[in-house]
Design a protein around this ligand. Sequence first.
Ligand SMILES: [Ca+2]
Length: 346
Amino acid sequence: MGGHRLLPLLAVFLFAASAAVRAETDTAGDQDQSWVAYLDRVAQEAIREGVSPATIETAFNSLEPDERVIGFDRRQPEFVQTFEEYLVARVTDFRQREGRRLYREHQALLQEIGADYGVDPEYIVAFWGLETSFGRYQGKYSIIRSLATLGFDQRRSAFFTAELIKALHILDEGHVAPDQFVGAWAGAMGQGQFMPSSFLRFAVDYDGDGRKDIWSNQADVFASIANYLKQAGWKSGAGWGTRVNYDASLQPGDLKPETRDTSCRALKHHTKQLPLSDWRNLGVSWEQSPGVGDDNSLWALIVPDGDQTNSYLVGGNFRTILRYNCANKYAVSVGLLAEAITQESS
Ligand SMILES: [Ca+2]
């Protein structure tokens, strides 16, 4: 790869940056040196993967760790929300109202993208609303700086270093200007909050301008979310699940799956998957059918908080939502918000 002979140049550049930092803070000298060594190691790996040295020089120029990011990473939640509190905080009146309004405003584009990817468009809007309140809160942290800080930190170094190298690829491909390459403190980017690895796998240039702009191009944002769901197995029209009632004699804890899907921790709290007819025979009932009369599909029972009055049967699309964000309460809120978006406003 042609980049190899440029390596010494990059090393000189990084060494110069480190010398400047060391001159300022003598006591932190060792820390600075290992930070620079870390960036140098990342740079070499990225260059080996074909990222241009110029891109890396721009990205790493005067880069310093962001202590705020470590603070967020170490912060413990002060209290644990109940499932009900979580839903109230996420599926707000504002998001339902705004979701309905934006669903109508972008209806033609959403229908087209929904048809192209085989994804019900109200779910695209629901993810958009839950992730960033429809693009309002994407985060203003430098993606490169956040990921380098978390990659340099010991706690999840390998994960964030891999994401950092992928972020360098994204810059190198020219999808976004370096000064606009921003997002949430832990590296989730754009209106759908994709990590760099998800961007490289799923982001789409739907409007055809050559850039996958998940930050500000509405068509790219919608199509990228839709493509993520499609690749994760979405089935259009199959629903997500429904709230259910059942008799206290049914013990969901006794209905463990024979083999456990370990791809996502939330699945630990799912019963085995059964057809709706089996659930009916077990005394489970529902007001609103979870699927479209598709008794061949398989449904699991979840009881968030162990509260029987707040239980759901969830299907294949629910498991797809978990691939986007592995938390049962998140996935229920996506389903409920999507339903609210297609309801007539009251
Ligand atoms: Ca584009």
